[in-house]
Structure formats: structure tokens, C-alpha cells
Write a protein that binds this ligand. Sequence first.
Ligand code: DGI
Ligand code: FE
Ligand code: FE
Ligand code: FE
Length: 189
Amino acid sequence: AEELKTIEEKVKAHLSDGRFQHCLRVKDYAIKLAKENHLDEEQAALAGLVHDYAKERPAEDFLKVIDQFDLDPDLKNWNRSIWHGVVGAVMIREELGINDPAILDAVVNHTTGDGVAMSPLAKVVFMADYLETGRTFPGVEEARKITDQSLDAGVFYQLKHTLAFLADQGNPIYPKTVASYNEWARHFS
Ligand code: DGI
Ligand code: FE
Ligand code: FE
Ligand code: FE
């Protein structure tokens, strides 16, 4: 419990107040989803708390870590939206001392999702980030209901809507986001 408090203080110190409050709400929603799906609540809470730890780091920090840890060099063509999960997981391991591979995997996949073999914990964090009580986008209540009935149906709902939203805005879409969507679309068709 003492260690958890230290981690929470470090997360707080690296984020704006608004972003830190989001992390606390993701933690709470992750606990709720973990309960509903008979998963480890402590693991879900910690993953939710730290998921956006790296969100406000300067680009140069991410670029340094990509080189230092030999991550996919294509990552350099992207931005903080993509880096804070994939590269952020390395920062969480190195700086917060979290070594649980399941938690690090959930952080890696929290923005793009992953294929149908995605771990239950990763699904919970992916959905908690989308559905936490501060989210107000149109359809969020429907998304919450769907996810209470089926975590998998929720994952597909989010992937479908996020992909459509990004394309509507004319944003580049990270290949893994498209690959995740394709796997779930086949799974549900
Ligand atoms: O960090 P959060 O804002 O809580 O949420 P997130 O990590 O799920 O998403 C971060 C941002 O990244 C959000 O504005 C949506 C965007 N995003 C998600 N997938 C992709 C993406 N942006 C691009 N360009 N490509 C993607 O595939
Ligand atoms: Fe995020
Ligand atoms: Fe997300
Ligand atoms: Fe988030």
C-alpha cells in the first residue's frame, strides 16, 4: 500500500491536474470492469492509474527511449498519441519500477487496442480509458451498457467508433489500430 502511494505521487507529479484526475477515474472504472469480469482488481487499478503516465512528456524523451531500447524505428514517424502507450510502458517500467508484464502490456495496448487475443486486463484498461465517468461523447452511455454486458462487444464498439472518428477528421491511423479493428470485425461477422 505504501508502494502504491509512492507510484500515485509520481504519476501526479508528471501530469497536469486534469490528466491526473482522468487517471484516477480510469483506475476506478477499471476496478468496476475487473469486478464484473472476475479479474484481479489490484492489477486493474494499478494499470488504470499509470496508463497515461507518459502522456505529457516532451517528444525528445520518447525519441531517446525508442533508440535506447531498440523499439520499432517506425514509431518515430508518429506522435505522442501513439508514443505514450507503447513507449510510455518502458518509462513506467524504468521510472516507476512496475515489472508486471500484464500491466505493461495493458499500457502498450491502451490506445490502439489489439487483436482478439488481447488479454482480459488490456481489454479492461482499454475500455476504462474510453468509459471513465468524465467521458461525455455522444454514445458513451450506450457504450457503457454494451461493455457491462460484454467486454468484447465493448472493445469492438470502441475500435469501430474511434476508427470512424479518426478517418472523419482526416487523421493518419496507426497500422495497429486498423489491424485490431480488422481482427475484431472478422470475429464478430
Ligand atoms: O490518452 P487518452 O487521451 O486518455 O486516450 P488514448 O490513449 O486512447 O488516445 C489518445 C489519442 O490518440 C486520442 O486523441 C485518439 C488518438 N488515437 C487513437 N488511435 C489512433 C490515434 N491517433 C492516430 N493518429 N492514429 C491512431 O491510430
Ligand atoms: Fe492514453
Ligand atoms: Fe483509449
Ligand atoms: Fe487515458
